[in-house]
Design a protein around this ligand. Sequence first.
Ligand code: ADP
Ligand code: 5GP
Length: 187
Amino acid sequence: MESGQLIVITGPSGVGKGTLVKSLLQRHNQLSLSISATTRPPRAGETNGKDYFFLSRPEFEAMIETGDLLEWAEYAGNYYGTPRQGVEDKLQQGEQVILEIEVVGARKIQQSFPQAMRIFIFPPSLTVLEERLQKRGKDDPEIIAQRLDHAKTEIAAADEFDYTIVNDDLDRTLTQLEQIILQPEKS
Ligand code: ADP
Ligand code: 5GP
């Protein structure tokens, strides 16, 4: 029997999901993060097994075939997915497990885990989102343009989620997230 809780944090690339999740993990040790698999090449400073499991397309497709992914999606020309085993083990141990994923995958989780808590993070505006992607300095201009374009479709899907938060001031957003995530579970 699974006794933990699955928490999905979604929203456009560059909105601040990774930053928020990192702070949450530092503050609350009952929370854990699922490490995703991807076919995207590592960015400078990223480590295999810590930031992602970096796989070839055939390796990723084999995981799809064997049902080893809880969800997966194609985003900006690469596969991204959540390895099933780690999440199921953590849930069985009663942990609160965070998935930091894009909208298509988050939608799939709603079907397979309807009890999951799903939170959508908005940017204050598309202009601010663009500035954040640029300031992060990790993606080439054409990749940033692709991500911004995708953001419009993602923002249009925000109503599908249980909670929505605007990541304007980082500390305020963190407090709001904590209020949502750490609330006593309804029975
Ligand atoms: P995501 O994981 O959603 O792609 P990141 O966490 O990498 O986004 O954040 C993108 C950039 O925006 C980073 O440089 C981060 O420091 C910055 N950032 C995140 N949240 C805020 C905020 N509330 N105000 C200003 N900058 C932010
Ligand atoms: P990035 O290339 O910036 O690391 O990630 C691109 C997008 O893929 C982000 O919106 C990120 O949240 C999402 N993502 C990361 N891991 C997963 C995953 O396991 N599944 C899905 N569906 N999306 C993911």
